[in-house]
Design a binder for this molecule. Structure first.
Ligand code: HEM
Ligand code: HEM
Length: 182
């Protein structure tokens, strides 16, 4: 089991990044929706602060992940996969990358157009070169409040596909992103 991908399975780095991003996204969805139902106040601000800090971490991990993917073989689809299944897998994987980047952009712009810096766990905060503007703030906030839905929908398809591959088609697709192929 090496760091790099092979034609048969994902390497340790790709696996680590996949699962770190997965935990990050589930946490962001949970914290985002959690604070949405709360009254304004310090508890809500604290959740937003942690939410934004985790989101910046996810941004860094996703960027490394995409660069690393370019530098690597990507394991081939299982021999039994139909053309439509290969196309669907490709569409859902790239769709996930796209909607997650849109969500990261919208979140960062919501904060920046609200006149605040992006938080990072109290270690530092990042100012964006964007003017404070109420209308733009509302615009990005609406995008951010919408885009978690396509993320959740694609994730549902993604998880169902992983389970289908493992339990119905009985191929190595789930193993090659987890314990490895024998
Ligand atoms: C927020 C959570 C997740 C995100 C954003 C995500 C995203 C992705 C993406 C973009 C790929 C394509 C990898 C590439 O070729 O670059 C991938 C592969 C994969 N994911 Fe996820 N994933 C998530 C959660 C999960 C979960 C919960 C499972 C299992 C139940 C899972 C199982 C897999 C498997 C098995 C592959 C390999 C597919 C293949 O071999 O072609 N993922 N994931
Ligand atoms: C992929 C990354 C992200 C996901 C999945 C995500 C998810 C969510 C969700 C589900 C909500 C609740 C939306 C609602 O009220 O209906 C939310 C709210 C929020 N997020 Fe994110 N978020 C992400 C990235 C970011 C980033 C990068 C920032 C800023 C640094 C951010 C800042 C905020 C703020 C300030 C709110 C409260 C906005 C409001 O309720 O009007 N998010 N997020």
């Amino acid at each position: 089991m090496g760091l790099r991908n092979t034609p048969l399975e994902f390497g340790t780095l790709a696996k680590a990044l996949h699962w770190l991003v997965a935990v990050g996204i589930f946490t962001l969805l949970y914290l985002g929706l959690q604070q949405a139902g709360m009254e304004k106040g310090p508890a809500k601000s604290e959740i937003r602060f942690i939410h934004g800090s985790i989101a910046l971490t996810v941004l860094v991990l996703m960027t490394i992940r995409i660069v690393w993917r370019w530098m690597n073989d990507v394991p081939a689809y299982p021999a039994g996969a139909a053309a439509w299944q290969r196309l669907a897998a490709k569409a859902v994987h790239w769709g996930l990358y796209v909607v997650i980047f849109v969500q990261l952009t919208a979140g960062a712009m919501t904060v920046a157009t609200g006149g605040k810096n992006l938080p990072f766990f109290g270690l530092f905060s990042i100012p964006l070169p964007v003017a404070e503007n109420h209308d733009n703030h509302e615009f990005w906030e609406e995008i951010h409040e919408f885009t978690w839905k396509p993320i959740a929908a694609l994730l549902t398809l993604h998880v169902l596909a992983a389970l289908y591959n493992h339990f119905v088609a009985r191929n190595d697709v789930l193993r090659r992103m987890t314990v490895g192929v024998k």
